[in-house]
Write a protein that binds this ligand. Sequence first.
Ligand code: SF4
Length: 370
Amino acid sequence: MTDPRPALIGMTHNDLLALCEQAGVKSVHADTLRAHIFRRGNQNVRDISDIPHEFYRFLEEHTCRLEPALSAAQQSEDGTGKFLLRMADGREIETVLIPGKGRLTQCISTQVGCAVGCTFCLTAVGGLIRNLDTAEMIAQILTAQTYAREKHGEMKFGEETSTGQRPRNLVLMGMGEPLHNYNAVARFIRIVTDPAGMAFSPRRVTVSTAGYVPGIMRMTDDNLPCNLALSLNATDDKTRNRIMPINRRWPIAEVLEATQRFARGSNKRILIEYVMLADINDSDADAHRLLFLLKNIPCTINLLPFNHFSGSEFQRPDNTRVDSFAKIVSHAGKVVIVRESRGRDISAACGQLRSESQQRKTSITSTAAT
Ligand code: SF4
């Protein structure tokens, strides 16, 4: 059953100030609340020692905590942690913690399902169910953090993690097209980058899109404090139309123009994501076309050899093909990184853990938090 009261963790500093005004208490208590909720990650207002008594009562009456249930948690041999969270209405979404050299990255979902329909994506199979609200996105950070740090101390993310169990990077690349849920995502970005709150550096927060041009334009006009990742995945419109139907509405030239505009005159980073599908988009000719398309766009290119899942028509290219593609791109002076899908020994494809959960609803709680 969903609580009609707004969740505190979905509130910006301005919202917290408005709450203070409504409750008739000093605005300085908004700062105390912000530090308690977002810096300490504690939603229990009774743990705050220095706010007026009537404000506790007001907060308890007019706001709620949002603590999604953890339906499943898995950790792979490479340290990747995958969490399946059940929201108040019973819908499940995934979030992933990915360790790297000296940093921990969290991948955030923005929707339950997705309407974009990329043919290589498992999340696309069930279509869009609903948008997540801002609080449900923030809850992914708090839940994974709490689980990893306190409830299951054995779940470590490797010595290479300099920031302990707290992620330093956020990527909105989980389930959903973030820019189809723009308002909630923009509010999320403002909350996580608030220097007096969660204080993620805008340089370490990245929104990924399949190429929803009106959303990219809005991000640019709003000067949203984050980077942009474009999931490109093809070098000609015919191939991209086939694997990403959104391309029929916003073809490659249009989406690249919007991407270039986003970065122009700013120090924001552009990432180009390129899922490599055997015999579809992985030829040397594709690598050369990719270079041509990106010649005026300063960017990092992430090559992601496809992670096969049961029922998919696509295959992963072999390593020689991936190497050849990467060499052509890097010899031309572009920064290219081959990113193997993390957690290959667990349900690593985006949407896979949720899909498995739906298939065996009754048995998945074996690793659930209690
Ligand atoms: S790849 Fe991303 S945008 Fe495309 S269907 Fe999957 S979740 Fe949606």
